[in-house]
Design a protein around this ligand. Structure first.
Ligand code: ATP
Ligand code: MG
Length: 244
């Protein structure tokens, strides 16, 4: 499969602290790539960089061959429609109902009529097992439900790529399974995904390949199939808590 996103010689520091030394990684069309690594290794910074929320000090990020690190805020708008970031915690608007939260991007970015918007929102809620919650405010939903609504909202503009930043962190097994099913479903729809997670069972279930960040580089990247066959694989050691 061809690479949809190519990260090349990516380097990023904050002050005197160099987080990314030299990151090189390809994300292929239609795959779900897991991105793991200890806390503070720069997983979230790398995800944010893919939609231009952070700029590298050196290197490039090619999305369909276009270097997005050089784009202006205005030029990034279409990139951000195509590549959706499912923010940790859902990042819902507290004063808007679930329906309004999902309708908002459609009103802002499309010419759909109110009726078309309503149909689209209700269908998405139903597709993701969230029907019946449209009139509720985020505060009255459980944390797990908020995350699921947040993920549904990330999908509303029909992006090609979804960046998941720890989508199951702090969730009970029921909601973890629901999120896992959403990710699998999106993958079946042909969406490309990058999953940042500490939840290795989820990563093994939904990812095609997993890349591990170590010392500012991608230390290892391998297929889940290969990793699971080898108890001595570095990613297996990470999964078992044997490396930081
Ligand atoms: N805006 C910022 N200003 C200064 N330092 C930052 C900023 N954003 C991130 N960092 C630093 O960069 C490093 C990487 O942060 P990042 O949030 O990407 O880690 P992470 O791998 O996502 O960790 P976690 O698994 O805990 O979420 C951390 O040391 C963090 O403190
Ligand atoms: Mg993070």
């Amino acid at each position: 499969m061809p690479a949809l996103i190519e990260i090349q010689n990516f380097e990023k520091s904050f002050g005197t602290k160099k987080v990314h030394e030299d990151i090189n990684l390809d994300i292929r069309q239609g795959e779900c790539l897991g991105l793991i690594g200890g806390s503070g290794t720069g997983k979230s910074v790398l995800l944010r960089s893919l939609i231009g929320l952070e700029r590298p000090d050196r290197g490039q990020i090619l999305v369909d061959g276009i270097d997005i690190t050089k784009l202006t805020e205005k030029e990034l708008i279409p990139v951000r429609k195509r590549v959706a970031y499912a923010f940790q915690g859902g990042a819902l608007f507290d004063s808007m109902t679930v329906f309004e939260n999902l309708a908002y991007p459609l009103r802002a970015h499309t010419d759909l009529t109110p009726r078309q918007i309503s149909e689209k929102v209700m269908k998405l809620l139903s597709d993701f097992g969230l029907a019946g919650n449209d009139k509720l405010l985020p505060a009255s939903l459980s944390g797990g439900m908020q995350k699921r609504v947040g993920l549904a909202r990330a999908m509303i503009l029909n992006p090609d790529v979804i960046l998941y930043d720890e989508p199951t962190a702090g969730l009970d097994p029921f909601n973890t399974t629901k999120i896992q099913d959403m990710i699998l479903r999106l993958k079946q729809m042909g969406k490309t995904g990058i999953l940042v997670t500490h939840d290795m069972p989820v990563a093994f279930k939904v990812c095609d390949r997993i890349a591990m960040l170590e010392n500012g580089r991608i230390g290892v990247v391998d297929t889940v199939e290969t990793i699971l066959k080898n108890q001595d694989h570095p990613i297996m050691h990470f999964a078992h808590g044997e490396v930081a």
